[in-house]
Design a protein around this ligand. Sequence first.
Ligand code: NAD
Ligand code: LMR
Length: 332
Amino acid sequence: MAEPIDVVITGAAGQIAYSLLYQIAAGTVFGPQQPVNLRLLDIPPMMKVLDGVVMELEDLALPLLREVLPTAEPAKAFNNVAAAFLVGAMPRKEGMERKDLLAANVEIFKVQGEALDKYARKDVKVLVVGNPANTNALICSHYAPSIPKENFTAMTRLDQNRAQAALATRLNVQVDQVKNVIIWGNHSSTQYPDAAHATVTLSSGVKAVSSEINDDEWLNNIFVTMIQKRGAAVIAARKMSSAMSAAKAAGDHMRDWWFGTKPGEWVSMGVVSDGSYGIPKDIVFSFPVTIKDKRYEIVQNLPINDSAKSKLDITSKELEEERTEANNVLKK
Ligand code: NAD
Ligand code: LMR
């Protein structure tokens, strides 16, 4: 069996971590042959709660789970980590936009970027979940200059999973029969969930989702708005932000990064823009990617019509504004 890898989860006493830790410890993320040491980072007032989480992890009696370290010290939490799930941050409440969290959360990602830079492995794979996830990932990468920018990603997989599930419901098929729906841009209400390239596997063969649904009003408006506002709908119902589905999406994102995407399939991830599709560089923008040998590549040359282009412009503009605001917060 392989040597254990060190994996950090921040916000380890919180809602998302509570569902995520089991997946990692059980082998659904890094595979059934990969033992893990867990580093659980939270803030000092949460250490008692974290003790309870550690007890539960012990009581899972899982053979892949080796050392578990609860801590409030970034230097210990990030030491030698091969993978980092940056979850710890304030969640939004009803009526807020995710970018309203910038002032509260951006400082956390500066500190954690510095800690990654000093203590983590240089090939660490960083997934930022804490909101506003794209801009937090950008800031984190900025403060970790010794780690390649490609190693910092933001989570839009929850939006992808939501979109895939919504299309499957509309088509009355199982969710895994729908493929290649794309989330472009920010994990915010400006994101562009794009079904134009998605396919569905039917008994008659692989078909375009758009021609099977054949309802432009639904695809271009109702579906788009539903996915853009799904996080807010969950908050309105639960009075807390999504956690079980967010944890599942975080596991999906990291597992695909670790093991690669299936032939002919792509997934959406917030990555530092290289200018593809005319998106400005130096923002973390969600693109469709394929992954091989732990390296992702942005899917190129997808046709983008004028309506889609204007949606990409709106979400990239918001990310540029968030970047400016984050820099202003950090300068204060
Ligand atoms: P939560 O409040 O239940 O847990 C957050 C935890 O982070 C708390 O235990 C808190 O003490 C801890 N924390 C705060 N500051 C910290 C720091 N500096 N270092 C380490 N830990 C720290 O929240 P949650 O429901 O787990 O959500 C966490 C974040 O994830 C929120 O920002 C939420 O908006 C975001 N989120 C993102 C997505 C996405 O799709 N990208 C989906 C769901 C939630
Ligand atoms: C989500 O999409 O559910 C999370 O980002 C939480 C939120 O604030 O919507």
